[in-house]
Write a protein that binds this ligand. Structure first.
Ligand SMILES: Nc1ncnc2c1ncn2[C@@H]1O[C@H](COP(=O)(O)OP(=O)(O)OP(=O)(O)O)[C@@H](O)[C@H]1O
Ligand SMILES: [Mg+2]
Length: 278
């Protein structure tokens, strides 16, 4: 067992920032012989948008699911505000302040914007009878939803519409606004702009910026390089389950991104591995 000081030295030697909002150290995930992730380390700070890019099958969604508590890692450590955490369930990750928006959004299509916004956190009306019967305070919930959506700049015309009556962009915005409103620390987004038109993409990017302004750490997965360059402060490129490189904002060009994603450019982190023939 390592002492605390040795552990700190180790972490500092590897250049990892233990003060980051969310830090991932040496995460691997194996499915039988498939190495979906191998020794992935990265950090994201409060008020930062970290892009996570890579070709199909690079391991992006797998990493997100591990951070969201949906699947356990085979190896490695996750730290939230410096504390080592393990999430047995998605609920545990949510309780710790990590919210996730998956591509399928998990909205209830038949229910209106307000009930989707509150899903599972409904406000019960005041009074003994109301509590016994479980009446909801619909007015308060409507006002709260309208206020929150406006604060985040989402353009949803009417919170009493059923979500199936919203456009793809409005649904995406609702899912992100809901996650951001109930989370305090980290927001994980898996391809939030992939199915959207240009105007709606711009709205979702603006929403992500507003979430960042709240001091939330955001991880943004995307195949759309324009979106990545528009909103990310830094970008981690995954290739074949490993971190190929991390690009700072000054290095965020499509040439760099595409080069590292395709392997035309080889990052210092994967070079030794490729040379060893692993
Ligand atoms: N449940 C599973 N069982 C076996 N292999 C899996 C499982 N989930 C993912 N994988 C494998 O892990 C690798 C990484 O998949 P992942 O979904 O994380 O990729 P991705 O980067 O999100 O790709 P995309 O851009 O296509 O969404 C792939 O080779 C995939 O086949
Ligand atoms: Mg994926």
């Amino acid at each position: 067992m390592l002492s605390v000081s040795t552990m700190t030295d180790l972490v500092e030697d590897r250049g990892l920032d233990v003060t980051a909002r969310l830090a991932v150290h040496g995460i691997s995930k194996h499915y039988g012989g498939v190495h979906a992730l191998s020794e992935v380390s990265l950090e994201v700070n409060a008020g930062e948008v970290l892009g996570l890019v890579g070709d199909n099958g690079a391991g992006k969604s797998t990493l997100l699911k591990i951070l969201a508590g949906a699947i356990p890692p085979s190896e490695g450590e996750i730290r939230l505000d410096g504390e080592v955490v393990t999430f047995a369930t998605p609920h545990a990750a949510k309780e710790a302040g990590i919210a996730t928006v998956y591509q399928d959004l998990a909205l209830a299509a038949q229910r209106d914007v307000v009930s989707n916004f509150f899903l599972g956190r409904e406000i019960i009306a005041k009074g003994r009878l109301a509590r016994m019967v479980g009446w909801l305070d619909n007015k308060e919930m409507r006002e709260h939803t309208t206020r929150e959506l406006a604060r985040l700049g989402t353009r949803i015309p009417n919170v009493t519409l059923a979500t199936r009556e919203l456009s793809g962009g409005q649904r995406q915005a609702l899912a992100i606004a809901r996650a951001a409103a109930w989370t305090s620390k980290v927001l994980l987004l898996d391809e939030p702009t992939s199915a959207l038109g240009v105007e709606q993409q711009a709205q979702v990017l603006e929403l992500i910026r507003r979430v960042r302004e709240q001091g939330i750490a955001v991880i943004f997965i995307s195949h759309q390089m324009q979106d990545v360059m528009a909103v990310c402060d830094r970008v981690v490129v995954l290739r074949l389950g490993r971190v190929a490189t991390t690009l700072d904002s000054s290095e965020l060009t499509s040439e760099n991104l595409i080069g590292y994603i395709t392997g035309a450019k080889i990052g210092d982190l994967v070079k030794p591995v490729l040379e060893r023939g692993q």
